[in-house]
Write a protein that binds this ligand. Sequence first.
Ligand SMILES: Cc1cc2nc3c(=O)[nH]c(=O)nc-3n(C[C@H](O)[C@H](O)[C@H](O)COP(=O)(O)OP(=O)(O)OC[C@H]3O[C@@H](n4cnc5c(N)ncnc54)[C@H](O)[C@@H]3O)c2cc1C
Length: 413
Amino acid sequence: MSDLSPASPSRAVVIGAGPAGLMAAEALAQRGLAVEVYDAMPSVGRKFLLAGVGGMNITHSEPYPQFVARYAERQGEVEGLLRDFDATALRQWIHGLGIDTFVGTSGRVFPTDMKAAPLLRAWLKRLRDSGVVIHTRHRWLGWNADGSLRIAYPQGELQVQADAVVLALGGASWARLGSDGAWQPLLQDRAVDISPLRPSNCGFEVQGWSALLKDKFAGAPLKNIALSVPGQAPRKGEFILTAQGLEGSLVYAWSAPLREAIARDGQATLLLDLLPDKPVDKIAQALAKPRGSRSMAKHLHSQLNIDGAKAGLLRELTDQATFADAAALARAIKALPITLVRTRPLDEAISSAGGVRFEGLDEGLMVKGLPGVFCAGEMLDWEAPTGGYLLTACFASGLRAGRAAADWLARPS
Ligand SMILES: Cc1cc2nc3c(=O)[nH]c(=O)nc-3n(C[C@H](O)[C@H](O)[C@H](O)COP(=O)(O)OP(=O)(O)OC[C@H]3O[C@@H](n4cnc5c(N)ncnc54)[C@H](O)[C@@H]3O)c2cc1C
C-alpha cells in the first residue's frame, strides 16, 4: 500500500503532517505530482489542533516591516520565504478553504470561529481530493544504505523510494503531539548543520520562591503589569506566577533574550513594573502619606491597589529596609528585579528555537549536502514570538519547500 512503485515517474514524499508538511504536500499536488505523506502519529496536525484550543491565532495584521522584524536574527531568511506567502496571502488561502478570518483588537488574526479543527478538516478534504495520500502511524527512521527511506509502521518496516522528500518534522516541544525532535541525530549523521533545539516562548524558573509565596499564589495571574529586560522598553500585559517561577504570554515575549542571557551568564534579570501607568514620583507620594497604625500591606492596598499576588511578590523580592522606605519602595514597584536561573523544559514550551541552519540549505530549502531532501517548518533554525508568526513561517516554508521539490523533480535529467 505505502510502498511506491519503482516505475512511478516522480516520487514525492512528505514526512510530517503538521501545517508545514501539509502545505508542502499541497504545493507538490498543485504541480500534478503524486504525493505520499507519512506521519508517526495516529492522526495528523495534532499540534495545529492544540494551537486552536485557546483560539487559533493564525497570523498577524501589523505592517510588514514590523511583522518581519519578529523573526529577529533570522528576519532576512524568513522574509525571503514570506515573499511567496505573507500574512495577506495566508488569509486569502484560509478564505479559499471557505473559512473567514477576523482581526482581533491586538491586531492578531483568527479564523472566525477561533478554531483549528474546521480549517484542518476542510484542508484535508481538499488535499485528498487532489490526490494526496496520507499515511498515519508511519514513522520515518532515516535512510537505508541504498538511499530509500526507512518507514516503520504497525506491520513492520517499509523501504520507500523517493526522488524528493520534504521533511517537516516540527520542533521538540509537546512531544506527545508528535514533534519529538528525534530527527536530530538522523540528520546529524548525514552532516546536516543543526543548531541545538532550545525552548522558545517558554516559562522560566527562579532559584526558589518561599513556601509562603508558592502556597498562596502559585497559579495566580498578575495583570496590568509590564515586564522588561535591562536596556529594553517595557511591554505591558500579564503573566502567571508558577510554583517554580513565571509563565504566560508576556514572559514568552521575552523568552529569547532571557534564555540567551541564562546560557551566557547562568542567570537573567526580568524587571517587573507593578504599576506601569503611574510614574515613580506619584507612587512615592502616595506611599509617603501618613498611614497611622495601618500596616504597609494595607497602605499599599488602599493607596495603590497593590494586593494579592502583586503584594506577595513585592514582599518576596524586597528587603525590610526597602519596604519601610517610601521612595525606595516606589522604585522597587517600578522595577522589581526577578532573577531567573533556568528555562522550563523544552517539552513544555510553545515552540522550539534552533533547528536546521539556513546556511546548510539552498533557496528552496534543500539540504546542500543531500540532493532532493528539503526541510520546512519549525524544524528550521528560526524563532518568533506568539502572535501568529510561528504558523505563518511554517506555512511559508512548507510552500517554498514543496514548490522547490516540484522544481527538483521537473529538472532536466
Ligand atoms: C499550546 C500551543 C499553542 C500554539 N498556538 C499557536 C498559535 O496560536 N499561533 C501560532 O502561530 N502558533 C502556535 N503554536 C505553534 C504552532 O502550532 C507550531 O509552530 C506549528 O504547529 C509547527 O508546525 P510544523 O508543521 O513545523 O510542525 P508540527 O505541527 O509539530 O508537525 C510535525 C509533524 O511531524 C510528525 N513527525 C515528527 N517526527 C516524525 C517522524 N520521525 N516520522 C513521521 N512523522 C514525524 C509529527 O507527528 C507531527 O505531526 C502553538 C503551539 C503550542 C504547543
